[in-house]
Design a protein around this ligand. Structure first.
Ligand code: SAM
Length: 195
């Protein structure tokens, strides 16, 4: 219990430091709730997941639950622009299936190729699409659609519906949800790439 409390306050502190340095890139002062994590990950077909990619992992709120569900031999590749978060993740997550890359989600195609994979099965995004610099959000969604395998999905949670308008340009099937128990309550989207 004491270890859990210490890890929680450690994570909250690092997350807040990252927010103070880059408020528009982080877009939130505290990490997502476990209700958001569970709802967002519920539709994933874990048995058929070889590569799971996450954009904007922050201090790893989703990384640990993803690793708990991911089969042995599969991989979790996370991409974040903030070196403070990448350094924290590399210090605190010891799992051979885990790789943290300092970079932008806009370069996902190149990053996935460099990791030795041809495509991703699922891509999760915690990016604050509403406050990203002009043009970056649409470019990320386009690259995401290109690198997903047919039948794979783009999982997005956000305080606004901005991301959905970008997703609709590429994904013909988009499921929507809502999670009240999160600071702030957030919208959830699952964009499925056609088979
Ligand atoms: C709202 S935080 C999400 C944190 C965490 N996933 C959670 O749910 O608690 C947004 C994250 O996106 C990262 N970020 C912003 N722009 C990015 C980009 N272009 N590529 C990758 N990560 C980015 C920020 O550094 C930050 O870690």
């Amino acid at each position: 219990m004491a270890e859990k409390i210490s890890r929680f306050s450690d994570q909250a502190g690092v997350f807040f430091q990252g927010f103070v340095k880059h408020p528009r890139m982080v877009g939130s002062i505290i990490p997502s709730s476990r209700f958001t994590v569970n709802k967002m990950l519920a539709p994933v077909d874990w048995a058929n997941c070889r590569l799971f990619v996450e954009y904007g992992p922050g201090v790893g709120t989703f990384c640990r639950p993803v690793l708990e569900r991911l089969p042995a031999g599969a991989a979790l590749l996370v991409i974040d622009t903030n070196p403070l978060y990448i350094d924290y993740l590399n210090r605190t997550i010891a799992d051979s299936r885990f790789t943290a890359v300092l970079g932008s989600a806009a370069d996902v195609e190149q990053i996935v190729r460099q990791s030795g994979h041809g495509h991703a099965d699922y891509i999760l995004s915690g990016l604050p699409f509403s406050t990203l610099p002009d043009g970056v959000g649409p470019a990320i969604v386009k690259a995401t659609h290109a690198v997903l395998r047919p039948g794979g999905a783009f999982l997005v949670y956000q305080f606004s519906a901005k991301a959905r308008s970008y997703m609709a340009r590429h994904f013909t099937s988009i499921d929507s949800g809502f999670e009240f128990w999160n600071v702030l309550p957030c919208r959830l989207f699952w964009g499925w790439k056609s088979e």
